[in-house]
Write a new protein. Structure first.
Length: 324
């Protein structure tokens, strides 16, 4: 199983220290090594912080602004404000001409936080451009890994984790840095939308079960927020169809025309009577599924009612295609 790696990559120095290689460095003992040599051996890696030393990212920012990039790197924390620290780490490395190390810092940032956005008012245009290039290169794989992790969480009934990952995934599908690959993820997006709906339904059902097990609160009369009801809820009046135009079926061949095709569509109708989400539980035809899912966006119902209040409702619709 592919898992999305959340570990922070370590940025290493690319060049050694002139005058302090080999026996020259070994000629010093422990703390006798000059501070210049210590700081130059790994310019991209923050020095271990004394627990008594206060953490102050602003100090590193000020050092960067003053042009003291080496000292700024040493003052960047590695355990708090990690995202912003990685951003300034890349800035310092870029200013020092260590482009490869700067890219590795950005890759660590994108791996840990795929949705992170840089403030273009605070960061140089060159780094912003590099950051977008890194995201464009990494996001396709990140999207696939995130879906695999979300699906694994769903299969393990860890619906909270699955919901969080799927919501991040849906946000990435609309990200401008993934726009160049959006066509190749169209099918995955449909599947992810379906799993997100299922996940939210499971979370709602779990919350409903927990509420049913708890003593009733006489002050609570309104339905739970985001609660999704089904035909099993006998105290809920099902939604009433107002308009439900089905897309026209045009068989692609005489063989397909002679066959009968059956499928099951699952929709969630919101409190306004609109279709909030739709997914194919059982495919009718791959070519028809996409048209059907698009058509649901125009369907209209009178919303389901519980105690006189409009509520969300899950409805299963059987679909049959036949030329007869």
């Amino acid at each position: 199983m592919i898992a999305l790696t959340l570990a922070l990559a370590v940025v290493t120095a690319g060049s050694g220290v002139p005058g302090f290689r080999g026996s020259a460095v070994l000629g010093f003992r422990g703390s006798d090594v000059p501070r210049f040599a210590q700081s130059q051996q790994n310019p991209g890696t923050p020095e271990p912080r004394n627990p008594g030393t206060p953490i102050d990212l602003s100090a590193a920012k000020n050092l960067y602004a003053s042009g003291d990039y080496e000292e700024a790197l040493k003052r960047l924390p590695s355990d708090v404000n990690v995202d912003e620290a990685d951003q300034y780490r890349a800035l310092c490395l870029l200013a020092l001409g260590k482009t490869d190390d700067a890219q590795r810092a950005l890759e660590a940032l994108v791996t840990r936080r795929p949705l992170f956005k840089m403030s273009e008012s605070e960061v140089s245009p060159r780094l912003v451009s590099m950051f977008h290039d890194v995201r464009k290169r990494m996001l396709p794989a990140t999207v696939r890994d995130l879906y695999v992790r979300a699906r694994a969480s769903f299969d393990q009934k860890n619906y909270s984790a699955a919901s969080a990952d799927l919501k991040d995934l849906m946000a990435l599908f609309g990200d401008e840095d993934l726009a160049g690959s959006s066509a190749s993820f169209a099918d995955l997006k449909l599947v992810a939308e379906g799993f997100l709906t299922l996940t939210e339904t499971e979370l709602a059902n779990r919350a409903k079960a927990q509420a049913a097990a708890a003593p009733p609160d006489p002050r609570t009369t309104a339905p739970a927020q985001n609660q999704i009801y089904t035909a099993d809820d006998k105290d809920v009046k099902a939604p009433i169809e107002i308009s439900r135009d089905m897309p026209e079926w045009q068989p692609t061949s005489s063989v397909v025309d002679r066959q009968e095709h059956r499928g099951i569509l699952r929709i969630v109708i919101d409190e306004r009577g609109r279709v909030e989400s739709a997914m194919m539980v059982q495919s009718v035809l791959a070519s028809y599924d996409r048209q059907l899912l698009e058509a649901t966006k125009q369907w209209q119902y009178r919303p389901a009612l519980r105690n006189g209040q409009a509520v969300k409702y899950v409805k299963l619709i059987s679909v049959t295609l036949s030329s007869r």
